[in-house]
Write a protein that binds this ligand. Structure first.
Ligand SMILES: Nc1nc2c(ncn2[C@@H]2O[C@H](COP(=O)(O)OP(=O)(O)OP(=O)(O)O)[C@@H](O)[C@H]2O)c(=O)[nH]1
Ligand SMILES: [Mg+2]
Length: 325
């Protein structure tokens, strides 16, 4: 199909076209890539701007339950919700969010929700590009909120925060007063920390954990793109639907402030620059995986190992061949 026509169908809100378009951007085939670029260019005509919300949290913290409850709340408010995932395939045993559809039972049956499972068998670079382009596709298709989930291993939080307007970190109540080994870097990219499972026996622990994190957040350097009181920590119960309305209000307050002060657009502009640089890097690295360079590298690796050629000489030869195409 003509990619421009496909783009128009996406903009018209055709779900099957949206699914097909995402499949196209997932493909690594050179001809598909060319079509995907035409497709992505044609989406600009929609001029739609969704709210992109990144969501990270360790396995079992309640991400799927949160997306189900939060997503249904947004839909009750008349909004359209898309759910995507960045899930480097090695990090998980298969299922990804498709298996999680049991935890998103109501949402997955909603006509105003679109849930796209993570592609498997892609390295982080491929997953990142697919998800970033899928975000734009969902935005052009008229979804108001795009939730981008990641289980948060390695670099995937960075990847997700680089495609979000707002980044949420979901935590579980801790037993003691330790800060659950959350890395400082993650704290620094979080706009809101939601301590989930604040219900039943876990409620007191959730409140303590929340207070600990609120304290830790106050120690982080004030960020120019935040209003007073952000980043903030709060408790929620995704299971019992407690605190989610408040969390949504706080998210909107933050985003409204950022929009009014130019930070929303500035962040997207920085992200576009970041992805431009990343695409060039991935593209160059990809060339090393293709013939004739692939064989050349394999052969030189043997010679480097046996001491017949120095590593820098061998690398120089590869880079020369790359430059001369
Ligand atoms: N008590 C309580 N349990 C919850 C809450 N949210 C989720 N759970 C439970 O925690 C378990 C894990 O929830 P999931 O939503 O599957 O967690 P997840 O973060 O998606 O987990 P992965 O997909 O494995 O990364 C399930 O048994 C949920 O019922 C909550 O607010 N309160
Ligand atoms: Mg899950």
């Amino acid at each position: 199909m003509d990619p421009k026509e496909l783009a128009q169908q996406v903009i018209d809100g055709n779900r099957r076209a949206l699914a097909r378009a995402i499949t196209l951007v997932e493909s690594a085939r050179a001809d598909h890539r060319e079509q995907a670029i035409i497709l992505m260019d044609a989406l600009k005509a929609s001029n739609r701007v969704a709210l992109r919300v990144g969501l990270s949290g360790t396995p079992g913290v309640g991400k799927s339950t949160f997306i189900e409850t939060f997503g249904m709340m947004l839909i009750r408010e008349g909004l359209k919700v898309a759910v995507l995932a960045v899930d480097p395939s090695s990090s998980r045993s298969g299922g990804s969010i498709l298996g999680d559809k049991t935890r998103m039972e109501l949402l997955s049956r909603e006509p105003h929700a679109f849930i796209r499972p993570s592609p498997s068998q892609l390295e982080l670079g491929g997953v990142a590009r697919r998800t970033r382009e899928a975000v734009s596709l969902c935005e052009a298709a008229g979804y108001d909120i795009i939730l981008i989930e990641t289980v948060g291993v390695g670099q995937s939080e960075t990847v997700v925060s680089q495609m979000s307007d707002l980044f949420l970190l979901l935590l579980a109540p801790a037993g003691g007063d330790e800060l659950q080994g959350v890395k400082r870097g993650i704290m620094e990219i979080a706009d809101m920390i939601l301590v989930n499972k604040a219900d039943g026996d876990l409620k007191a622990a959730a409140n303590r954990t929340c207070a600990d994190y609120a304290g830790a957040l106050r120690l982080i350097r004030k960020r120019s793109y935040d209003p007073e009181g952000y980043p903030k920590a709060m408790t929620v119960s995704a299971l019992q639907d407690n605190g989610l309305t408040e969390a949504w209000t706080d998210m909107q307050t933050l985003i409204d402030w950022r929009r009014a002060h130019g930070h929303f657009d500035a962040r997207r502009a920085r992200q576009a620059e970041y992805w431009f640089a990343q695409e060039i890097r991935f593209g160059l690295l990809g060339q090393l995986d293709r013939e004739p360079l692939k064989s050349m590298i394999a052969q030189l690796a043997g010679q480097v190992a046996s001491g017949d050629i120095t590593p820098s000489h061998a690398a120089h030869d590869v880079l020369t061949a790359l430059r001369e195409g």
